[in-house]
Design a protein around this ligand. Structure first.
Ligand SMILES: [Zn+2]
Length: 273
C-alpha cells in the first residue's frame, strides 16, 4: 500500500525518511506531506518568534518559505533569536535565517525580503503566500499585518511576547475574530515592548513553535485552529489560558461596515498618549 502511495506522490526515498514522522501521523500522511511541500508560508520578522517558527516550518517540509526582516543581527538578539549565531552579528536577519533553514532542509525554496514590510508592498508580498506568521515585535506591524491579511484574505497567526508571558491567536479572514476585533487600535507609545521590558527567550520559543504548528495544521487542512481564541501563556505560573474572543460587529477591519479598505501609512503610527 505504501508503495502505491509513494508512486502516486513520487516521494524519493530520502523524502520518505526525512518526513517519516509527519507521514506516520494519521492526520498528515503522504497526502498531507504533499500539501506541505506545495505550501507557501511567509514569516514576517526573523526574531524571537520567527526563529523557532522558521526552523520547524523548514524541518516539516513547507515547500516555500518567505522571510521578511529589515534588521541586522545584534549581540543582544542571541538570547532568544536562536536561528542566528554569534558569527552572524552584523548580517541581515533574513539572510542569516535563510542560511540556517536551507542547511536544515536543502529541498525547500526560501525567499528573502531584506526590508521591513510597509503599506506600499505588504499586500503584494502576502498575496504570494498561503499563510502568514506575524513574528514582529511592535504594534504598528501587528495592526498592519492584520489589516493586510484581512484585505488579501490570507490566514495568519498573531504572536506577541513580553516578559514571562506570551499570547497567540490564529485569524481566518472572513471567518474568525481578527486582531483588531480584540485590540481595536494601536496603543500609545508608552506601552512597553520586549526591547524595553525584556523577555524570556524560552517564552519566545514556545510561542513561535505554536505559531508554526498552526501554520502546518492550516496547510495540511487540520481544521481545529486557534481561532476566536486568544491563547495566553505565563511562564511564571506555567499556566495556559484560552480566552474566548468574538468578532466585533463594528470592527474597522472585518466588521459589517469596515472602514479599512486600503492601507494608509498614518493608520499605523503610534501616538504619544
Ligand atoms: Zn475584526
Amino acid at each position: 500500500m505504501i508503495g502505491l502511495k509513494v508512486k502516486m506522490y513520487s516521494f524519493s526515498e530520502a523524502q520518505l525518511q526525512r518526513y517519516s514522522r509527519n507521514i506516520l501521523l494519521k492526520d498528515v500522511g503522504v497526502v498531507g506531506q504533499e500539501k506541505l511541500l506545495m505550501s507557501r508560508v511567509l514569516v514576517i520578522g526573523a526574531g524571537g518568534l520567527g526563529a523557532p517558527a522558521l526552523l520547524y516550518l523548514a524541518a516539516a517540509g513547507v515547500g516555500t518559505i518567505g522571510i521578511a526582516d529589515g534588521d541586522r543581527v545584534e549581540l543582544s538578539n542571541l538570547q532568544r533569536q536562536i536561528i542566528h549565531f554569534t558569527k552572524d552579528i552584523g548580517s541581515g536577519k533574513a539572510d542569516s535565517a535563510a542560511q540556517k533553514i536551507t542547511a536544515l532542509n536543502p529541498e525547500i525554496t526560501v525567499k528573502t525580503y531584506n526590508q521591513f514590510l510597509d503599506v506600499t508592498m505588504i499586500r503584494s508580498i502576502i498575496s504570494d503566500y498561503d499563510f502568514v506568521i506575524d513574528g514582529t515585535d511592535n504594534f504598528s506591524s501587528k495592526f498592519l499585518i492584520n489589516d493586510a491579511c484581512n484585505l488579501e484574505k490570507k490566514a495568519f497567526s498573531h504572536g506577541g511576547i513580553l516578559g514571562f508571558t506570551g499570547q497567540t491567536m490564529t485569524v481566518l479572514p472572513g471567518q474568525s475574530t481578527c486582531y483588531r476585533c480584540v485590540f481595536q487600535d494601536l496603543p500609545p507609545v508608552s506601552i512597553q515592548s520586549c526591547s524595553q521590558a525584556g523577555v524570556l527567550g524560552a517564552v519566545a520559543g514556545l510561542l513561535g513553535t505554536i505559531q508554526a504548528a498552526e501554520a502546518i495544521k492550516y496547510c495540511v487542512g487540520i481544521s481545529s485552529l486557534l481561532t476566536d481564541t486568544l491563547l495566553v501563556f505565563d511562564a511564571k505560573t506555567m499556566r495556559f489560558r484560552n480566552v474566548s474572543v468574538k468578532q466585533r460587529e463594528n470592527c474597522e477591519c472585518c466588521g459589517k461596515n469596515a472602514s479599512i479598505s486600503d492601507l494608509k501609512y498614518e493608520n499605523y503610527l503610534q501616538k504619544n498618549n
